[in-house]
Ligand binder design. Sequence first.
Ligand code: FES
Length: 153
Amino acid sequence: MSEAGEETIPGEVFVICGERDIARGQAKAFDLAESDGSGGSKPFRIVIARNDQGAFHAYRNACPHQGVWLNIGSGKFLDETGALLQCGRHGAKFAIETGTCLSGACEGAQLEKVRVLVLDGDVCIHGVALVEEDFAPRHDDDLEDTMEITIHP
Ligand code: FES
C-alpha cells in the first residue's frame, strides 16, 4: 500500500470504498471511468486487494500477458492460498504487494499500479483523473461491489 504520509498526494483523491468493505486476504473489482484527455471518458477498471497484514494495494484490472481482466472466468482475484493475485485465463500469479508476476506466462511482468491510501476509514485512490460515468460491466462476474465514487474533501 502507498501509506498515507509516505508521499505527497497529487491531485484529487477519490473515495472508492470503506476500509471494512475489503477484509484481509480479499480483493474486489471496481469499474470506474477516467478522462480520455479530450473531454470524454474511458473505462478504468481496477482491483483493490488487501493482504494478510491489512495493507491495501490497487492495480489496473488487466493481466500483462494478454490484457484480460484478472478475475476472468471464476470472478476470483486470489489464488487458492489467498496470498497471491492470479489471472483467471492462464494462471499467472502476482505478488499482492508489488504487482510483480512471480510465475506463469508473463513472469517478471508488472501489473499497473494505482496509488491507494486510507483516509479516515475510506480506501481512496489518487493520481488518476476519474470522471463520473456509467460503463456497463464487460464481464459477468461479481460486480455488485462497484461503488459510487465521491471526491474526498
Ligand atoms: S492472460 Fe493472464 S496469464 Fe495469460
